[in-house]
Design a protein around this ligand. Structure first.
Ligand code: HEC
Ligand code: HEC
Length: 153
């Protein structure tokens, strides 16, 4: 018998490995007229406001309504988002340690569930919404949003 908690760790590690390649493809995202890469800054900001923010708010609030009760542009982009031109990664997001496929975060009982959520829901949904690839070597991965220490390979 494997304890449920151990099993959960194994499943997460497994899903991390299985998804250790690029997923998705480049498309014109739903609700847009051109690919994300071809949008100018104003078009990107408008697309974020109309499509990305409402959808990602739903996703985050379904995971943890209390923690993400206030969910807006700054949740992802940080408090000085505007002054920084909405550049990602955001210096205000938790710094991640990517070693051992994010072992530190997967093994931390306080972070295990949210790390799993990031992998299975946030990263893929963000990629799909923008019509870009996601996962390691994809356009959207953990390092798109989070600062890393040490730097990812
Ligand atoms: C769920 C997280 C999330 C939320 C919420 C969010 N964004 Fe973004 N945003 C991103 C990511 C990730 C990128 C970078 C995508 C890429 O790699 O091209 C981005 C990129 C951008 C860009 C393009 C920046 C550049 O350098 O070209 C702008 C502008 C932007 N966001 C504005 C906004 C605005 C305005 C809001 C609120 C209405 C918002 N974002 C909400 C995640 C988010
Ligand atoms: C679209 C942007 C985005 C992507 C991609 C993303 N995250 Fe996150 N992550 C966030 C946001 C937003 C939070 C919540 C920060 C807060 O509480 O204000 C967060 C929180 C976390 C936390 C919680 C840390 C803590 O101290 O509580 C962990 C762990 C985490 N992310 C890991 C990951 C991993 C691993 C990946 C890649 C599989 C990833 N994230 C991809 C935006 C992102």
């Amino acid at each position: 018998m494997v304890a449920p908690r151990v099993l959960a760790h194994l499943l997460l590690a497994g899903s991390l490995l299985v998804s250790a390649c690029r997923m998705g493809r480049m498309t014109v995202p739903e609700g847009a007229e051109k690919p994300w890469d071809d949008m100018d800054r104003g078009e990107r900001a408008a697309f974020m406001a109309q499509i990305v923010l409402p959808r990602m708010r739903e996703v985050f609030q379904a995971f943890d309504p209390e923690r993400f009760a206030d969910f807006d542009c700054t949740t992802c982009h940080g408090k000085d988002a505007k002054a920084r031109g909405f550049a990602m990664p955001s210096p205000d997001l938790p710094v991640l340690d990517p070693r051992g496929i994010y072992r530190k975060h997967r093994k931390d009982p306080a972070q295990h569930a949210i790390a799993d959520f990031m992998w299975k829901e946030v990263q893929p949904e963000m990629g799909r919404l923008l019509g870009v690839t996601y996962g390691p070597k994809g356009r959207i991965d953990c390092a798109t949003c989070h600062p890393h220490d040490p730097a990812p390979r």
